[in-house]
Design a protein around this ligand. Sequence first.
Ligand code: NAD
Length: 352
Amino acid sequence: MVASFQYNIGPARVIFGPGSLGQLADAITGQGCKRALILSTPHQSAEAEGIAAALGPLSAGLFTDATMHTPVDVTERAMATYRAVGADCVVSFGGGSTIGLGKAIAYRNDAPQIVVATTYAGSEVTPILGQTENGEKTTVRAASILPEVVIYDPELTVGLPVAMSVSSGINAMAHAVEGLYARDSNPISSMMAIEGLRALKQALPRILNEPQDLGARGGALYGAWLCGTVLGTVGMALHHKLCHTLGGSFDLPHSETHAIVLPHSAAYNGHAAADELKSAADLFGGSLGAGLYDFAASINAPTALRDLGMKEADLDRAADLATRNPYWNPRPIERQAIRALLQNAWEGARPQ
Ligand code: NAD
């Protein structure tokens, strides 16, 4: 029987495939725009400069100071540049940090966003913006935040370091796992979640063996798109709450934290959401928590929070923070069980 559901999905124009960066100029003019501000992190500034040069007069200028967690003071500087160069849209070239900056600009002035996504985090297909001010991260959701066009060109991801590729890919898988048991899931989001998990499960080991393999890179980007779309479509639960707490209050790196916590959050919800997770569990050998852990270990993903520098003495506070104002979750949030989950994730124990 098909359960009752509502189906809402944001508008999406996705241009996918090797060489699709070549369609950037058309994507800009297709939005009725003539002067793009090109955004990147300092790390990707050389590529951003190359894009600006290739765009010629369609490029109004560059802002290459995008930073993790979208600090508001950086957004204000980027807004000043946007006005100073007379831009009428942004091109966000990079991962979640650069895409976050583009979203923060669009949230303030409704600028059309063309995203060239170069990691697997999935932010490019969500109407969600997390930004930080005075050390506090807040999240907003608005139609203006959803990028208008996304270009996925696997050729741009062959240089993504293998370790980052692996953790970023598992970050995407986390959106799919939580999407399966979301209260507002629907048959389409669940189909996308399973297909996204399948694509990433296949692609990530191939990237480990051959980082230049364009087929594998394309498979991972395809999976990331699907998993990101799930994140943008339905609500997230315990896993994302834990990762926001660990990233926000203990300064742990984003994708690595997701990679470590996912097997444990999946195991926590394994019984309560057994039906919803069945297809995913089948993909990973029957038990989703243990299967995801074995998969992560097999592709050299980090498996222990202590290896990210987290202190054991902070686990009590993390459990307190993670159980305060909890998101809806299929299994009730019990402080003691969450504390045990965090201990296991800290030690790198395999979930049972
Ligand atoms: P990132 O954007 O911070 O990138 C990490 C580093 O890798 C940067 O220096 C970047 O320039 C570099 N890089 C990116 N692509 C590269 C490539 N192809 N080759 C070489 N170097 C490359 O990392 P991320 O994990 O994509 O993004 C994390 C941020 O995104 C966090 O702030 C997170 O909160 C946010 N996020 C938001 C959403 C959302 O829906 N709002 C979803 C996922 C992540």
